[in-house]
Design a protein around this ligand. Structure first.
Ligand SMILES: [Mn+2]
Length: 356
């Protein structure tokens, strides 16, 4: 309910907020389900869902002070929403302009013609930027699962395994170690494929001397982790070793100097300056990082155009990279929490150059 109180502190222009997107419904209720309408007012919260979720939702929300109502499906759900709006004599209703489709917006206006709909999606996303203790706990757990899966995959990678094989093993290890899902589609990029920052795993076989970039994450109770390591099967070339050392130095420059109050641009430049000074300015073309939560990419973002200012209990990834087409690439990514007196690095895996 603290989250709902926060929301109405920020929103003085709406009588109610209608939350329909999966992640925002989960954010306010803790409950995961593919269908539901959550109606929030200053003093009440009502979750409307169908028979597939009714019993589970009732159990999950009993202790939270959120009422659960069962509807017969989509159309009937609007009737439940309207009954609540009528009871509080609502005139203005906030909706998630950042989450719903144009068709869903049209349906809202058609089914509930007596209300003025006000966009509040940006405000909800702003509240979601600062994590509660419980959210931090879930993400810490998700990252610890991810670290364990990394330790295991290092024992399993062998010459002639395909990138798809490595991805399958890694995803199995995430789930075996407690992940309730994956944060995103695993990236495995070996050899020259590693110059493509978001390469999809292919049936290419891993060869001796290949860099292998693995970018992966677990979900735990809906919350994401995110990490990247580049390791080598056999001795890397002199060029790749040099690139690895520069990326590692750039990443460390951020971890040692990032602090609350900096802008996304300032944080990004901590790494970018190291990479530029070493002659690879044009080989680091993505931003330094992003936040995570129920979505794998949340704000704030760390890039050369970001004015967003870091505050306590935000999470950011620190993921500089150097990519040279035809040669390969290296990226190293940790996930950190911004605190008033420094940072907490949730990623415990080794970052010295690993040769398998
Ligand atoms: Mn990332």
């Amino acid at each position: 309910m603290e989250k709902i109180t926060n929301l109405f502190k920020r929103l003085t222009n709406v009588d109610a907020v209608l939350v329909t997107s999966q992640n925002n419904r989960q954010y306010f209720t803790g409950f995961q389900g593919s269908f539901g309408f959550l109606v929030l007012t200053k003093d009440s919260a009502t979750y409307i869902t169908d028979s597939r979720y009714f019993e589970m939702a009732t159990e999950a929300m009993a202790s939270l002070g959120i009422a659960v109502e069962q509807c017969d499906g989509g159309l009937n759900a609007y009737q439940h929403v309207e009954d609540i709006l009528k009871a509080i004599k609502a005139k203005t209703v906030g909706f998630e302009n950042t989450e719903i489709t144009v068709a869903e917006y049209d349906a809202l206006k058609t089914r509930l013609p007596d209300y003025e709909f006000i966009p509040v999606g940006e405000e909800i996303l702003k509240i979601r930027q600062i994590k509660t203790e419980q959210e931090l706990e879930y993400i810490t757990k998700a990252q610890s699962i991810t670290d364990k899966a990394f330790t295991e995959i290092l024992k399993l990678i062998k010459k002639d395994m395909t990138e798809l094989d490595v991805a399958a093993e890694l995803e199995y290890q995430l789930k075996k170690n407690g992940a309730t899902g994956l944060a995103f589609d695993t990236i495995i990029a070996s050899g020259t494929n590693s110059s493509k920052p978001h390469a999809h795993p292919t049936d290419k076989k891993i060869a001796v001397g290949d860099p292998i970039t693995m970018d992966f994450g677990a979900r735990y109770n809906g919350y994401c982790s995110d990490m990247t390591r580049t390791v080598f099967l056999g001795e890397p070339s002199e060029q790749m070793r040099n690139i690895y050392n520069i990326v590692a130095k750039a990443q460390l420059a951020v971890l040692n100097n990032v602090k609350k109050g900096m802008t996304g641009r300032e944080v990004d430049s901590l790494a970018r300056e190291v990479i530029t000074a070493n002659g690879f300015k044009d080989n680091f073309q993505h931003g330094l990082g992003h936040s995570v939560g129920l979505d794998i990419h949340e704000r704030p973002t760390m890039n050369p155009a970001s004015d967003e200012i870091l505050v306590e209990n935000q999470l950011i990834t620190v993921e500089p990279g150097i990519y040279v087409p035809g040669l390969g690439g290296v990226r190293i990514e940790d996930l950190i929490i911004i605190k008033n007196d420094g940072i907490i690095n949730l990623t415990k895996s080794n970052k010295t150059l690993i040769i398998l």
